[in-house]
Design a protein around this ligand. Structure first.
Ligand code: 13P
Length: 259
């Protein structure tokens, strides 16, 4: 059985001081949680503070992006080695906000993914369609293109080290969550693409998180789906109580996941 993951993507929120205080409280609140992995992705400036506050706890710290080069003339970018040094052990790659704001292509995402893997970071690779793409019936076509481009040239061993996040763009920050059935359908499709490219064992092992308006009141419904292995939470991860409530989605749900 795949171990669930609840990850908070803070995006461009929280100062160093706010991060230290939040993580110090979070680690206490989730100290007894052992039904899932917990990841927090603060902005670059607060990574080190987060890692220090999380040291020795069950929290993992992730970056929100990475450059593919180890160093060089890339103003504003951060390398995988720098993320590791700051205390991150994972990194979000290809978030739709980066695709939109920074023109990231599947090819760039593929290069970032390989750099992260080479450095020993766990990549959390985001895919997902826009509203227009969904409404014109092109969801699978888009996921397939992002999958083929993003994961080009990976060995099954490399693929076994990644996590995927299905984040339909129309559900991000809109309060409009995909229904558990809609999310599960896309997760099933992504797992099928994984099976075709990397084989049955790797596809079954792959953890696919859902992201897009995940809240305390919809996490249980999502996690009841056997194809949904966790959540990548934006807005609701900024508030301690709501993030803790999401992490503590009724663990009984895990036992009764539907196939
Ligand atoms: P929201 O949970 O705010 O919709 O954001 C989702 C997301 O983009 C996580 O990466």
């Amino acid at each position: 059985m795949r171990r669930p993951v609840i990850a908070g993507n803070w995006k461009m929120h929280k100062t160093i001081a706010e991060t230290s205080a939040f993580v110090a409280r979070l680690r206490e609140r989730v100290a007894n949680v052992n039904h899932c992995d917990i990841v927090v992705a603060p902005p670059f400036t607060a990574l080190r503070a987060a890692a220090e506050a999380a040291r020795g706890s069950n929290l993992r710290i992730a970056g929100q992006d990475v450059h593919w080069e180890p160093n060089g003339a890339h103003t504003g970018d951060i390398s995988a080695g720098m993320l590791m040094e700051a205390g991150a052990t994972a990194v979000i790659i290809g978030h739709s906000e980066r695709r939109r704001d920074h023109g990231e292509t599947d090819e760039m995402i593929n290069r970032k993914l390989k750099a992260a893997l080479a450095a020993g970071l766990t990549p959390i690779v985001c895919v997902g369609e826009t509203l227009e793409e969904r409404e014109s019936g092109r969801t699978q076509e888009v996921l397939s293109r992002q999958f083929e481009g993003g994961f080009a040239g990976l060995t099954p061993w490399e693929f076994s080290r990644i996590m995927m996040a299905y984040e339909p763009v129309w559900a991000i920050g809109t309060g409009r969550t995909a229904t558990p059935e809609m999310a599960a359908e896309s997760h099933t499709y992504l797992r099928e693409l994984s099976r075709r490219r990397f084989g049955e064992a790797e596809a079954e092992r792959l953890r696919i998180l859902y992201g897009g308006s995940v809240k305390p009141d919809n996490i249980a419904g999502l996690m009841r789906e056997v194809q949904i292995d966790g959540a990548l939470v934006g807005g609701a991860s900024l508030d301690l109580e709501s993030f803790v409530a999401i992490v503590q989605y009724p663990p009984l749900v895990a036992a009764g996941r539907v196939g």
